[in-house]
Design a binder for this molecule. Structure first.
Ligand SMILES: [Zn+2]
Length: 229
């Protein structure tokens, strides 16, 4: 198969070596495809999300923090999704995410949409073009928080014809990341009691993160960590 493949990750460190080389440290969100990656391999990197000010982060008393949260990809991390999901429902951390997706419109929305919107699993590790089924792999092996909203008709076709019948697997994965990071940002700010991140005092967020443990606290933007550690 000579299709282009990509993996999602979070840039956690940028270093400059003595000889002027930039060295990046990237934490991958899923097990990397070792058949594609090896030392000395030539790579291309690109942003998954272009930061926007469309969220209105410049409009409130804490707009600087809001911008930093988005700029640093705070809501793009699986550990953050798990911490938020656990805060909302300890027994079923993905419940609120599934609920949110079921209230969205079909991601593939077109004239063929039919039936209720369901939470359609998106595979992060397989590139099979046909025959993938939600129930085919046990729940334990499924990537968590990995779904997009699909209407009943598109969901059925996804299983009959495979992902690529509609779009590239890369597009499915980007859509999934967008849905889960949007959910994470909205769910946490609602739980903290705010309508917008630019209205949420950084101390409130820092207190929540500290409660989740040092790993989560360490993922906060540096400006917040320095002020509240
Ligand atoms: Zn549809």
């Amino acid at each position: 198969m000579n299709e282009a493949k990509a993996v999602a990750g979070t840039l956690s460190k940028i270093m400059t070596l003595a000889d002027g080389t930039w060295r990046l440290q990237i934490d991958l969100h899923e097990k990397p495809p070792f058949d594609l990656l090896e030392v000395h391999q030539e790579l291309a990197i690109s942003r998954l999300h272009i930061p926007t000010d469309g969220t209105g982060v410049q409009n409130g008393p804490y707009s600087g923090m809001a911008r930093e949260l988005y700029r640093t990809g705070f809501f793009n991390r699986p550990a953050i999704w798990a911490a938020i999901g656990t805060t909302l429902n300890e027994g079923d951390p993905e419940k609120a995410f599934r609920q949110r997706l079921s209230e969205e419109k079909c991601w593939l929305k077109d004239s063929r949409c039919e039936g209720d919107v369901v939470c359609a699993h998106v595979s992060l590790t397989e590139t099979t073009t046909r025959g993938e089924r939600v129930g085919a792999h046990g729940t334990a092996t499924k990537a968590r928080f990995s779904a997009v909203p699909l209407c009943d008709w598109h969901h059925r076709k996804q299983h009959e014809k495979g992902y690529k019948h509609f779009d590239t697997l890369d597009s499915w994965r980007k859509a999934r990341l967008q849905y889960v990071s949007d959910w994470a940002a909205d769910a946490l700010k609602a739980w903290l009691g705010f309508d917008h991140w630019y209205n949420c005092p950084p101390g409130d967020l820092a207190a929540w993160a500290a409660e989740q443990g040092p790993d989560i606290f360490g993922m906060l933007p540096t400006v917040i960590r320095q002020e509240f550690s």
